[in-house]
Every structure is written in C-alpha cells, then in structure tokens.
Design a protein around this ligand. Structure first.
Ligand code: T4K
Length: 380
C-alpha cells in the first residue's frame, strides 16, 4: 500500500554513530550535547535565531503561548480569546483550549487555504490576546498583513509553522515572522526527530523564559523560579534529527520530483492550492480540491482499490467540534463574536492529500494521477 506519507529513514550507519556517542557520553536528556548540536545546526540551516527544541510540535505551541504571556493562568483573566484558523490539524486549536484560551475561528482564503487577514479585524474584541495563523501545507500566510494587524491591535502573533520547515519568504526564513513560530518534527514531517518540535522566538528574553518553562521552571540545583512543565527533547530524538538533517537535500530532491510530476499532470484538471508569491516550496504535501465531497469519496475509494491511501487533511473544519466551542454561559455575553465560516467547511469537505514522501517513485504515482484525471474528465 502506498500511504499518504512515510517517515524518512536516514542511513543506518550514520544513526549508529550518533547512538554510539550517546552510549559513550552517558548522557540521555536534559540539554545534552546532541540537542545542543541540533539547535546550532538548525539555526544555521533555517537562517533563524533564538530556536528552542522541544519534545513535539503541540508542546511547541503551548510553550510559545506561555512564554509570550497569553496563556490563561488561574485567576489572571477570564476567557482570553485567540483568533485562529479552522482549517488545520487539531493541535493548533486544541493547544489553545488546553491552555484555557478560547479559539475564535475566522475563515480562510479559499485559494491559499491560509487564514484570510481581511476577516481577522472584525473578530477582535477586548478579550483577544493573540493571532495563531497556520502556514497550511507549507504555504506562507499573508505575513505582512497579519503582522501589521498584530502590531496595530497589540496582539501577539504565533505562526504555527508545523508544515513550513525550510520555507523562505522574500529571501528570508518564513519562520522569522511574528513574535514566535513553531515547528513539528513528527515522524511524518519532511524533517523529523521521531517526535519533536521547535519554537523560534523573535526576542531572546522570550527564548530564555521558554527554556525555563520546558524544564519545570528550574533554573539551578535548588532554584525553581516559576510554574513549568517537561517539554525537553532527548538525545535519541536529537540523534535522529541530526541524521535526517545530514540528508535533507536528497530528501527534498526526491520529494520535489514527485511534487512536480503531480503538478504537471494535474494542473488544469483539478483545483490546486494557490501558492503565496515570494515563498519557496518545501514539497511537504500535495493537496487537491475536488468538485464535491461525493466526488472526493469516489476518488478516494478508487485510489484505495489501486493501493493508494490518500488522506483527508484537514477534515472536519474545526469550528464544527463542540468541545472547542465556548462554555454556554459565555455565549450570553454581548461582546461575543462568532464569525461565519464558509470556505473552510467547504474546502474541508472536498480536499484530499495525495501520497508524497522521499523515495516514492514517479512511476508509482501515475496510477493515482490517471484515476483523478479520468474521474474529472468523466464529470466535466
Ligand atoms: N500543527 C499542525 C498544523 C500540524 O499539522 C501538527 C501535526 C501539529 C501542529 C502538531 O505537531 P506534533 O505534536 O504532532 O509534533 C499526522 C501527525 O501525527 C501529525 O504530527 C501531523 N501534524 C498531522 C498532519 O499528521 P495522522 O493522524 O495523520 O498520523 P498517522 O499516524 O495516521 O500517519 C499518517 C501516515 O503516515 C500513515 O498513513 C502511515 C504513515 N506512517 C506514520 C507513522 C507515525 C508510517 O508509515 N510510519 C510511522 O511511523 O497525524
């Protein structure tokens, strides 16, 4: 079966060398030498400063909220609101709710699939503390417009860049926008450390605070400065990250072949995500948007019959999940705004991500392409 993705497995001898160094050094976690090396190398590779490695991309978001002071702390303030997109993986919104904040969903641009900046301003209330946009499938958000809104309304901006590893925008790292950007290094990502993630802060002081928070708030042998959690990356995660980074160029080249083969065969036959001008491609995902949900279900079934497991990223649109909604009492409040979501619901019902990973042969995807094109031609 050709699955939607497959983890990148680096050269075994390279991984063994890093693992040998772990055994020799007798150091497994808590800011070990490989974690430090990976931090330095990622800062260089990505062209960023103030990068903090953490144990996964969900905790990266949660720690960023805490370090920037927007997460609700008991008794501090009630019902902090954060504007975010409903068209994303559940972790973007659940991390907010988990931290005691209320996600307020505003609609996406139906072409780029990212948060539409024009819809953000009318959703801002006195309770709004931040904006959490997502670079969906590695496509850059309209960062200029969103950063400007954050500044104008004194809101923190945290970009969920889980899909945006290595993406540049107008020559600089896309991840250098906002007060912070987060990454996921989950096994299914183009760069991974089995599980893992990172936060890239604009300001050094936020990085330093976050460094404390991921280690229980501890700053010295007998010094616990504030409430923290355990969100550290361990040495085996860092070893995998280093090996995957060693081979990142080949990984990207292999993905690019598949991505461009899909694009060439499908452009004009089926709707594709509109890429942001000035942003580079990282070949993380290949989504297609079909004409209707019934056509999507039919295409998915035909693909599965032929051995292709495409996935409905992202479905459902998150505003439909009642556990992310407001408590009933809050809905009575006069200043509560519930923006209308049209595009995200529509796109979520008819979008499909095709198999894409390093090592997938172009010849292996041709069957999938044929099924999609034939179905489209029949429908037209
Ligand atoms: N923000 C955004 C925008 C995100 O997309 C994500 C994660 C996060 C935040 C949170 O980051 P993390 O806390 O996860 O670091 C997968 C990933 O688990 C998840 O990391 C990712 N986004 C999401 C988009 O995709 P599932 O539920 O689709 O994973 P799963 O287990 O169904 O795997 C997908 C395919 O990969 C399978 O068909 C088989 C293949 N696979 C998977 C694994 C784990 C393998 O072949 N081998 C493997 O070891 O969520």
């Amino acid at each position: 079966m050709i699955t939607v993705t497959r983890p990148y497995f680096p050269e075994r001898e390279n991984f063994d060398r890093y693992v040998d160094s772990i055994f020799e050094g007798c150091w497994l976690t808590n800011h070990g030498p490989l974690e430090q090396e990976l931090t330095r190398r990622l800062e260089t590779y990505l062209g960023v400063e103030n990068l903090l490695l953490v144990s996964n991309g969900t905790l990266a978001l949660q720690i960023a909220y805490r370090a920037l002071g927007i997460a609700q702390m008991p008794g501090q303030y009630e019902s902090a609101e954060v504007i975010t997109t409903p068209f994303t993986f559940i972790a973007t919104a659940s991390s907010l709710k988990w931290e005691g904040m209320q996600p307020v969903f505003t609609d996406i641009d139906p072409d780029t699939l990212c948060l539409d900046p024009a819809r953000i301003e009318s959703a801002i209330t006195p309770r709004t503390r931040a904006i959490v946009p997502v670079h969906v499938f590695g496509n850059a958000c309209d960062v200029e417009a969103i950063d400007a809104l954050g500044e104008a309304h004194d809101l923190k901006v945290i970009y969920d860049g889980a899909h945006a590893f290595g993406v540049t925008y107008r020559g600089n790292s896309l991840l250098s926008h906002g007060d912070a950007s987060t990454l996921s290094f989950h096994a299914t990502k183009l760069f991974h450390s089995i599980e893992g993630g990172a936060i890239i802060f604009k300001r050094k002081e936020d990085l330093e605070r976050a460094r404390k928070l991921i280690n229980f708030g501890i700053t010295g042998p007998e010094c616990i400065e504030e409430l923290g959690i355990n969100a550290k990356m361990n040495e085996f995660q860092a070893a995998m990250g280093l090996c995957v980074l060693d081979e990142i160029e080949g990984n990207l080249e292999s993905r690019a072949l598949v991505w461009h083969a899909y694009a060439q065969a499908l452009r004009g036959n089926v709707q594709l995500q509109t890429r942001q001008t000035g942003a580079s491609l990282n070949y993380a995902y290949f989504p297609i948007i079909l004409e209707s949900e019934s056509m999507l279900l039919e295409v998915m079934q035909r693909l599965q019959q032929e051995g292709y497991l495409a996935r409905r990223y992202f479905c459902p649109s998150l505003e439909s999940l009642s556990f992310l909604g407001r408590p009933a009492a809050e809905l009575q409040d006069e200043d509560v705004i519930t923006p209308q979501i049209v595009h995200s619901t529509d796109i979520a019902s008819r979008i499909l991500c095709l198999p894409l990973y390093s090592g997938l042969e172009v010849s292996e995807i041709l069957g999938a392409v044929r099924i999609i094109v034939n179905r489209h031609v029949k429908a037209a």
